[in-house]
Design a protein around this ligand. Structure first.
Ligand code: G6P
Length: 607
């Protein structure tokens, strides 16, 4: 959730570091800081967005060529200058930026305080810098290694020492660190997007590894000091993927990228002649998939709603018993994981701590663990037995949009793949594939309504509460639509299964509590229109998302958004798009910071 960037080379470090922080800011942003080795070292931290730090740095930072910087999302200790990273040791020579959580920080803090170290912050991180100080005997890398052997918890970190100019030590356990190697310069960051502008030669650190960076060079060892040999790989995404272009916000850009994202998600994965999906990442586990009887899907946030959709999709297309569970709750359930159980972890970032913990638990109990992940090479992608990438491209906006749409597209392909080896006919398979291939153009049609949806948002954006309802395949979309409105427009919104509405939420309905009803003409159309009538009878205002040409709703609803027709299983991939646009426009009209909503982070690496 926090971001780290480090540089040693020939350029002015402050430019590289501030640019890198801006690219990482989407991960978390309540305070930030920078340390540049100079004589004396320059060290500044500020509360708020990276722009605050930037102002300070342009005013008074020296142009040193080595430095580290950090953007923070508070866990231990409120956002403040003292709690912001980098942290320093008592001598003022060691600087450290850290992502993750040091679980035994209280014990270490007690021991270090007792031996005379002075703490300046409330963070768990600060123990690390004092621990390194206490173990330092002239070799920074050795001190970092020794310190990390005494630490419980997770870390991605970068350390500088004034006595070792040109050298940066980085390490990882559970929180990503990627090295970037250029000509006479080296970089490190918690996310390759901070490096892409400078080099496409990257090296991903594995857990429990430490790397020493010098200009244009790196070496890696394990925490136990065994040398590791690893070549740089070429980064596949270019720096332009991180640019907003002419869009006012990343979120809008990403909503508009959805037609191409779905095309990419489908590319090479559709086998018309067999009426089946082709997912190369699952071929190695084909036999176990064939024997599977039970599927458990684990994920968080928007990815959880993709998992809820998948429950319906797998139940429709396969004979598997399917459960979808919040990753954070998975460990509290006594699920009967057997040889024929498959656990599927869904995650955009591939780093979400709860999802990672759930998949490790499932592995421990012998289940086959699959991943559906967007970020290539991320921890979840590496720790699962097999999996599929969603190919949505980099998603910067904190509110997930194109990732969700590609996730539910691929989940449909996965269900189809497993269904075709069970009881789904060629004809049924081929019909779904044809429907999937119509989606990109159909999404393009919906996007043309963005201006009209903005006008609708103008009409409704000052309401304080919303109810979102849907049935069956559209129930997860009601939840996702409500989440989008909460996340970025700060409007209280509840997603509900339409049938549950009369068991509680109906008590809230009045003219000041509008409902957004997702009612494509599908198998549950009649039932959900009865729910709409119940709302109407209580003077509730209603916006309906329905299929084009449906005139039957008439005066039952106040406003209508139309989406094209497709197979009912695929309609969620269409109905979610106007809900994203509605939330986006409401947020802009309310003056919210769409790409960096308050208190949220793109990648949640704490449990
Ligand atoms: C955070 C993000 C959400 C995301 C969730 C799960 O809360 O703000 O947009 O859905 O984490 O993240 P994941 O990367 O595992 O999909």
């Amino acid at each position: 959730m926090c971001g780290i960037v480090a540089y040693t080379g020939k350029q002015s470090a402050r430019e590289v570091l501030i640019d890198g922080l801006k690219r990482l800011e989407y991960r978390g942003y309540d305070s930030s800081g920078i340390a540049i080795l100079n004589s004396p070292p320059y060290w500044v931290r500020t509360v708020g967005k990276v722009a605050e730090l930037e102002q300070r740095v342009w005013k008074d930072a020296p142009s040193g060529v080595v430095g580290i910087a950090h953007t923070r999302w508070a866990t231990h200790g409120k956002p403040s200058e003292n709690n912001a990273h980098p942290h320093i040791d008592c001598t003022g020579k060691i600087f450290l930026a850290h992502n993750g959580i040091i679980e035994n920080h209280l014990l270490l803090r007690k021991q270090l305080s007792a031996s005379g170290h002075t703490f300046r912050s409330e963070t768990d991180t600060e123990v690390l810098v004092h621990l390194i100080e206490s173990l330092y005997k002239g070799d920074l890398e050795a001190a970092v290694r020794k310190a990390l052997l005494r630490v419980q918890g997770t870390f991605g970190l970068a350390v500088l020492h004034a006595a070792h100019p040109g050298q940066i030590i980085v390490a990882r356990r559970g929180s990503p660190i990627v090295l970037g190697i250029g000509e006479d310069e080296s970089f490190a960051a918690s996310d390759a997007s901070a490096l892409a502008r400078h080099t496409n030669q990257v090296v991903y650190l594995e857990d429990n590894e430490v790397a020493r960076l010098e200009p244009g060079r790196f070496s890696i060892t394990t925490l136990e000091n065994r040398a590791v040999s690893r070549d740089a790989t070429t980064l596949e995404v270019g720096p332009e993927a991180m640019e907003r272009g002419s869009y006012p916000h990343f979120m809008l850009k990403e909503i508009f990228e959805q037609p191409e994202a779905v095309e990419n998600a489908l590319r090479g994965r559709v086998n018309h002649s067999e009426g089946v999906a082709r997912l190369g990442g699952l071929e190695s586990v084909q036999d176990r998939l064939q024997e599977a009887r039970h599927l458990i899907i684990v994920s968080c946030g928007t990815s959880y709603y993709a998992g809820l959709f998948a429950r319906y999709a797998f139940e429709t297309l396969t004979d598997l018993a399917v459960e979808t569970e919040l990753a954070s709750e998975f460990r509290y359930r006594k699920l009967n994981l057997r040889q024929n159980t498959v656990v599927l972890a869904i995650s955009q970032s591939g780093e979400t701590a709860d999802t990672l913990a759930a998949l490790r638990e499932a592995k421990r109990k012998g289940a086959l663990v699959l991943g559906l992940v967007n970020v290539v090479g991320s921890t979840i992608a590496r720790e699962t037995h097999a999996g599929v990438y969603s190919h949505a491209g980099i998603e910067v906006g904190v509110a997930s949009t194109k990732s969700f749409v590609t996730q539910i597209t691929i989940l449909t392909l996965m269900a189809l793949l497993m269904g075709r080896t069970r009881d789904i006919s060629y004809e049924e398979g081929a019909t779904i594939l044809r429907g999937l291939e119509r989606l990109p153009d159909q999404i393009r049609e919906i996007l043309k309504q963005s201006d009209a949806i903005r006008e609708l948002a103008r009409k409704y954006c000052n309401y304080s509460h919303f109810l979102y309802i849907g049935r069956k395949y559209q129930y997860p979309i009601a939840l996702e639509g409500a989440l989008k409105l909460k996340e970025i427009a700060y409007i209280h919104a509840e997603g509900y299964a339409a049938g549950e509405m009369k068991h509680g939420p109906i008590a809230l309905i009045d003219p000041a509590f509008p409902t957004l009803a997702i009612v494509p003409e599908d198998g549950s159309y009649e039932k959900i229109t009865s729910n709409i009538q119940e709302i109407r009878a209580r003077d509730g205002r209603i916006i309906a998302v329905t299929t084009s040409g449906n005139t039957k709703l008439g005066t039952l609803v106040d406003d209508v958004i139309e989406v094209p027709h497709n197979h009912e299983l695929l309609m969620p991939i269409l109905t979610v798009v106007p809900l994203q646009l509605f939330a986006y426009h409401c947020a802009v009209l309310r003056g919210c910071d769409v790409d960096k909503p308050r208190n949220l982070a793109k990648s949640v690496t704490v449990e």
